[in-house]
Design a protein around this ligand. Structure first.
Ligand code: AMP
Ligand code: MN
Ligand code: MN
Ligand code: MN
Length: 298
């Protein structure tokens, strides 16, 4: 370890973002251009339940001079219907097992969308699936995010409130879905050569005990890392998770979780992140061959 005393308060690394291949609003090229303009050097594209955008991203990244890390964010149902997300980094986007399993997960998305639409129709909001599809290029990518855009743009909810009003668990248009098991998601990632990361842990509102249970099971299956920095996290959350990562020997990751420009509640710009606070836990960066000069080393 070098004794590096540089005080870096932004690092040009982003290990979590979305494009129109899932529920992001912008094309792969636009996402990469924006990341580059923000100073990014390393970017992982992590669309929900798909690796279809990776090849395009890799080609374009090479043209503009960004290091593209192949990624994915897998929807998981864990322990009695808790929806959690597992990010895979450095996965092999050509791995047939990974691709087939992700495709099977995505097949359910449109079907679930029809059920969401029926629930909305019952409370007087007609044609929601057609409306949501206006924001979505591909039936298999259909997400609650697209319903949220339809609902806000048509005056059924205030900006940023469609989840709280209709789409979140327990709300009138929520449809519970069986996604991948934690064990399967982690093993698809690992078997394709990737590293599994627990995404935005504070979003789940788990007690410390429940989060420790998740971490313990995740590690049992071979999971190695957890997001410390995320747009879903406050600074206090980042300290809490960094300490938890240290305590449980997980590596820390950083991700903007970018979906679109000017989105109020996601505050980190695509392509760059805050470093892990006070280097409390080890970062995931060495596993991704990220240039050491770009982050604070202990
Ligand atoms: P889905 O995978 O279709 O169930 O949609 C989940 C996506 O909805 C997440 O990836 C987020 O992008 C978005 N999302 C979830 N909860 C919220 C929320 N409370 N506010 C805004 N977006 C949310
Ligand atoms: Mn999303
Ligand atoms: Mn997520
Ligand atoms: Mn995400």
């Amino acid at each position: 370890m070098t004794n590096n005393t540089k005080n870096i308060n932004q690092i040009p690394i982003d290990l979590h973002c979305h494009s129109t291949y899932s529920d992001g609003s912008h094309s792969v090229q636009f996402v990469l251009d924006t990341a580059l303009a923000n100073g990014s050097k390393y970017l992982a594209l992590t669309d929900h339940d798909t690796v279809d955008g990776i090849l395009e991203a890799k080609h374009y990244a090479q043209q503009i001079g960004i290091n593209l890390i192949s990624g994915v964010e897998i929807s998981v149902t864990w322990a009695n219907n808790n929806l959690i997300h597992i990010v895979g980094l450095n996965i092999n986007e050509e791995d047939q097992n990974l691709k087939d399993n992700l495709h099977a997960l995505r097949m359910e998305r449109y079907h679930r969308g029809e059920k969401i639409s029926q629930k909305l129709a019952r409370i007087g909001i007609p044609n929601a699936i057609e409306g949501a599809m206006q924001y979505c290029d591909n039936k298999l990518a259909l997400s609650r995010t697209h319903f949220s855009r339809f609902l806000t743009d048509n005056g059924y909810a205030k900006e940023g409130k469609a989840f709280d009003k209709y789409l979140a668990p327990g709300k009138v248009a929520y449809v519970a879905q069986k996604w991948a098991s934690l064990k399967d998601a982690v093993s698809w990632i690992i078997n394709s050569g990737g590293i599994a990361v627990i995404a935005h842990p504070c979003r789940y509102k788990f007690t410390r005990t429940k989060l420790l249970n998740l971490i313990s099971e995740f590690k049992e299956y071979g999971g190695r890392a957890i997001e410390v920095i995320s747009s879903s996290h406050t600074l206090d959350d980042a300290f809490y998770i960094a300490n938890l990562a240290k305590y449980t020997n997980l590596y820390g990751s950083v991700g903007s979780d970018f979906h679109r420009l000017n989105e109020g509640y996601r505050h980190i710009r695509v392509g760059i992140n805050h470093p892990i606070p006070n280097n409390i836990c080890e970062p995931i960066f060495p596993f991704l061959n990220i240039d050491k000069s770009l982050y604070n080393d202990k």
